[in-house]
Design a protein around this ligand. Sequence first.
Ligand code: HEC
Length: 498
Amino acid sequence: MTRSLGYLFIVLVTFCIACSSQSENTSLPIIDNIALSKSLLKVEVLAKDLNVPWDLAYADDGYLWFTEQSGSISRAHLTTGQKTKVLTIKEVWSLRTTGLLGLAIHPDFKRNPYVFVNYTVKQDTTVYNKLVRYYFANDTLTQPKLLLTTVGYRAHNGSRLAISNNGKLLWATGDAYNGNNAQSLSSLNGKILRLNLDGSIPKDNPYPNSYVWARGFRNMQGLTVSDKGKVYTSEHGDAIEDEVNLIEKGGNYGWPFIEGMHNKPEELAFADAHQTKEPLKSWTPVIAPSGISYYNSSLIPEWKNSLLLTTLKAKSFRVLSLNDDGTQIKAEEVFFENHYGRLRDVCSDAEGNIYISTSNHDWNPQPGFPLSGDDKILKISPAKKPTHKPLTAVKVQKGNAAIDGAQLYNSYCASCHQTNGQGVKDVFPALAGSKNVTGSTTTLIKMVQNGINSKSGQQMPSFSFLKDQETAAILTYIRKSWNNKSSAITPQQVKSNR
Ligand code: HEC
């Protein structure tokens, strides 16, 4: 009794301190301004000290909901930032890219307070992905209903959730590290799945009695639905060709036989035979695209009718302007490159304010990050006058650059082996001090040409698509950096080992 009264007292005092400081200053901390052609924007910190906020979703009761990878679901008030943890899911298995991932909120949340999440679980040695629906009542999530289970793996679990304009739940799944899954109609992996909100199969799905809506995907990290009902995804390529796709009913997107644009002879043959869909855009070198969100508000008119995209590897926020019917990307602008670190997700609210989350506490931390207060959720909205020197967009450079080993290394290799050549412990080997790097030139050239399939489950893709000159520049660079002191490799040596 005394204890609970004491507790109540502390709560009241804390609450009064919180309300008095808030009545003096209801605004969130502003950390940057952005100048567009007409609009001036501000960037505020809505929430901080989070653990990889993987998915953000707006609810029409005035809150931004978010998942943290380790297993919790929270919501933050859109103007005060006041944050409450709503649920922690104990069975979540969170390691590298597994954990509590996708989140979707019922579009009419006030009347239908349903929350959908998917997450990875591990039982003995078997990994699954669960899709679960909750009901929000009394500040917590209740009545968990398991809608669907898919095969999982230590990597390539996807995934994202979204609700389509006609009220169906979409789930973008990963191929669970097995390309064959992506083409097979009897597997739920490497697919866009489409469900009724109670977990049943909609009658108008393309294949009878199947959740499959579209197939041929590797590892999607972004999913969004436009005002007109168009569905877009972002997806990680292997060593090259990250993608943004426009999803069509029954569409085949080609993985593992096609990566990115349909431009190699064997890809064209598969495309002909299976009428595959080409991405709206692909990126080589890769940028690791993550959350994607269709934006159509007049609040920031320069960004109306565009796809907002966050990226992990490229550590940037990108605005992809669409044509009128949403079938083409007309232009790409890049913001915040290297400024806030890895960015995991993006969404907007009913007024058109935009929210992005950082991912600097995830499995692949970058030099210079995390910043203090990471991980954060940032709010982007119009500002009246600047309080900081405004940031501007960087136009995307079309590469014709001179061949530079360090730059090529950073584009093609550093996402795994890291800029400093130290790799990631137990995942990607260090190239600094590696005998395979400093030793036989033939072995090294062959490894990089052919890729490496290891027992550990981590794999190195083949880099045979690089030109001889490019491979030679990268290999010379890694043989002479980070205290490695070996001979250069020439384009002729690469050529004779193809
Ligand atoms: C997608 C991640 C990834 C990328 C990108 C990548 N590698 Fe690797 N690399 C690996 C993995 C995983 C291994 C270890 C495979 C094994 O278990 O043997 C490896 C091994 C190596 C090795 C052997 C090191 C040793 O000590 O055994 C070399 C050399 C190497 N990579 C060079 C490169 C170069 C050069 C590039 C860029 C052109 C590159 N890698 C890009 C994942 C990657």
